[in-house]
Design a protein around this ligand. Structure first.
Ligand SMILES: C[S@@+](CC[C@H](N)C(=O)[O-])C[C@H]1O[C@@H](n2cnc3c(N)ncnc32)[C@H](O)[C@@H]1O
Length: 467
C-alpha cells in the first residue's frame, strides 16, 4: 500500500490529469483504476466463501417464522450467528428488523440491537415480546370480530404526508384509517396486545396499498413498466384485478391474514431466550452514549451500503401512517441522523480525510450525474461515519470479533471497494487484524456497465472480520 504522502502526490497529479483521463476513455484511466484497486487491496487478501451468499442476502425474511412479521428487503440471515461462530453477548448496531435478535433468542443467546428507524425497532420489540396464552386468545377474538370492531370507530386523522390520498384507493383508505383508530383504542388499554395488532396492520399497508416498495422508494400500482418507460394502466381495471369488487373486505381480510400468520408463529416463543434480547432506538454513531459501560463478546452488522438508498424513502408510508413521524421535520431529523449513505443525509464537513478514498474520487468522471449530485461528499461522509462506528465497536467488544457485511458500489466510472476501505478504516480505528471474505457477486448498474467492463470482479458483497 502507498504511504500517505504518495497518495497526496497521486491526488494532485490525478486532479491535473482528470479531464484527460476520461476524454480518451481510456486505457490510461483503466490502468490507473486497476493499480489503485490492487494497491488498496494488497494488505487484505480476499478469501472466497460463496456458501455464505444466501445468508448475507436473505430471502427467508419473508417466509421464516417471526421474521416475516415485517418484510425487510435488506435483512441478513440469523444463520450468520452459526456460520460466523458468534458467541456470548452479541451486538448488532444496525439491527433493522431484528434478524440477529430473533436468531439469538431462538439459539438461547443474548443480544442487543440498535437502529435509527423507529419502525424497525418497533417491529423488533413486538417480535421479542412474548405474549401470554390468554393474550393470544384475546387477539384471536379481536381477529374474528375485526369487521364489527372497525365499524365502531371513526377514521383516524389523515397523515400530513403529501401523497397520503394517492397511496390508497378511497374505500381502502377509509378501512386503513378506521382500523388504525380501533387499534389505537386497544393500545391505550393494553399496549402489548395493541402493539401486536399494530404491527399486523402496518405490514398489511403495502398489500392493500396502491403502491409498492421498489428500488430507492415506492412505485404506484397503476403504472406499468414497458421498455424502460411507465404507462398508465386502465383506471378501474387494475383496481378490480388487484383488490376485487369489494375493496373494504379485501383490506380487512389482508389484516386478518397477517394476524393468522403472526398468531401461528407465536408457537416459536415456547423455546429460547426471548427476554434476554434488547432493542434500542438510536444512532450507531452514538453507541458510546447509548451503551455506556457495556461490553459484548461479538458484534455483527450490515450498515446501509454506499449506494444512495434512503431507507426512510422506501418506508415513508408506514412511517407516516403508523404514527412514527408526524411532520416533515420529524422525518428530516431521522434522515440526518442516519449513516451518510444517501444524498438526503446531513453533509458535515469533518475529519479524517481518507486519502485512499480521495484518490478514487479523483479519477471519477466529473461529467457523470452522480458526481454532479454530490456522490463524492456522500462517500467522504460514509467512510467517516464507518470510522466512528468501528471505533465504538472496538471499545464495546475489546476481546471479541466484529463482523461487517458490506457491498461495494460503482459511481462515475469508478469502483468503490467498500469492503477494502472498511478493512483499512477498521485498522485505523484500533483493530489489529482484518480479514475479507467475499460471499457474493453484485451486478454493476446498466449506466456503469460499459465503463467498468473488466472490473466486475470488484463488485462483491463481503464479510469483513476484525479482531
Ligand atoms: C442493511 S440494513 C440492516 C438490516 C439488518 N441486518 C436486518 O437483518 O434486518 C441497515 C439498517 O441501518 C439502519 N441505520 C441507518 N443509519 C443508522 C444509524 N446511524 N444508526 C443505526 N442504524 C442506522 C437502517 O435503518 C437499516 O435498518
Amino acid at each position: 500500500m502507498k504511504s500517505s504522502s504518495a497518495y497526496r502526490k497521486a491526488i494532485i497529479s490525478d486532479q491535473q490529469e482528470n479531464i484527460k483521463f476520461f476524454s480518451d476513455s481510456s486505457l490510461v484511466g483503466r490502468n490507473k483504476l486497476k493499480a489503485l484497486l490492487d494497491d488498496l487491496q494488497s494488505p487484505f487478501p480476499i478469501e472466497q466463501d460463496y456458501d455464505l451468499a444466501p445468508f448475507v442476502h436473505w430471502k427467508g425474511n419473508s417466509s421464516s417464522k417471526i421474521h416475516r412479521w415485517l418484510r425487510y428487503r435488506e435483512a441478513y440471515s440469523p444463520e450468520l450467528i452459526d456460520k460466523l461462530n458468534l458467541e456470548g453477548r452479541i451486538l448488532d448496531p444496525f439491527s433493522g428488523c431484528g434478524s440477529i435478535m430473533v436468531g439469538a433468542a431462538q439459539r438461547g443467546l443474548s443480544s442487543t440491537g440498535v437502529d435509527i428507524n423507529p419502525l424497525s425497532t418497533f417491529s423488533t420489540k413486538v417480535k421479542l415480546t412474548k405474549l401470554k396464552n390468554t393474550e393470544i386468545d384475546q387477539i384471536k377474538k379481536i381477529r374474528s370480530d375485526l369487521k364489527a370492531i372497525i365499524g365502531k370507530h371513526n377514521p383516524s386523522r389523515l397523515p400530513d404526508l403529501s401523497i397520503s390520498e394517492k397511496v390508497f384507493e378511497p374505500e381502502i383508505l377509509n378501512v386503513v384509517l378506521k382500523s388504525k383508530s380501533a387499534i389505537e383504542a386497544i393500545r391505550a388499554d393494553n399496549p402489548t396486545i395493541g402493539d401486536f395488532l399494530h404491527l399486523a396492520w402496518l405490514e398489511s399497508l403495502e398489500k392493500v396499498g396502491s403502491y409498492f416498495k421498489e428500488g430507492n422508494g415506492i412505485k404506484y400500482r397503476n403504472k406499468q413498466r414497458s421498455k424502460g418507460k411507465y404507462k398508465d394502466k386502465k383506471d378501474g381495471e387494475w383496481q378490480l384485478q388487484r383488490f376485487g369488487s369489494d375493496q373494504a373486505s379485501f383490506a380487512i381480510n389482508c389484516i386478518k391474514s397477517q394476524l393468522d400468520i403472526m398468531i401461528e408463529d407465536t408457537s416459536d416463543w415456547k423455546y429460547g431466550t426471548w427476554s434476554k434480547q434488547k432493542v434500542l432506538s438510536g444512532s450507531a454513531l452514538k453507541l458510546d452514549k447509548l451503551l455506556p459501560n457495556k461490553k459484548y463478546d461479538s458484534i455483527i452488522f450490515s450498515p446501509p451500503y454506499a449506494n444512495r438508498f434512503d431507507y426512510f424513502e422506501a418506508f415513508k408510508v408506514e412511517l407516516w401512517f403508523g404514527g412514527f413521524v408526524d411532520s416533515y421535520d420529524d422525518l428530516n431529523k431521522l434522515r440526518k441522523q442516519s449513516l451518510r449513505s444517501h444524498l438526503a443525509a446531513e453533509y458535515r464537513k469533518n475529519n479524517p480525510v481518507f486519502e485512499e478514498l480521495e484518490s478514487l474520487i479523483n479519477i471519477m468522471d466529473r461529467t457523470a450525474s452522480s458526481w454532479r449530485m454530490g456522490v463524492p461528499d456522500l462517500l467522504r461522509g460514509y467512510f467517516q461515519d464507518m470510522h466512528t462506528v468501528l471505533k465504538h465497536c472496538r471499545k464495546l467488544a475489546p476481546n471479541g470479533r466484529t463482523h461487517v457485511v458490506v457491498g461495494n458500489s460503482a459511481f462515475a466510472g469508478v469502483i468503490i471497494p467498500t469492503d477494502v476501505l472498511t478493512a483499512m478504516i477498521g485498522i485505523r480505528s484500533g483493530f489489529s487484524k482484518a480479514k475479507i471474505i467475499e460471499s457474493r457477486h453484485l451486478t454493476v448498474s446498466p449506466q456503469q456497465r460499459a465503463l467498468l467492463t473488466g472490473f466486475e470482479g470488484h463488485m462483491r458483497e463481503s464479510v469483513v472480520i476484525f479482531e
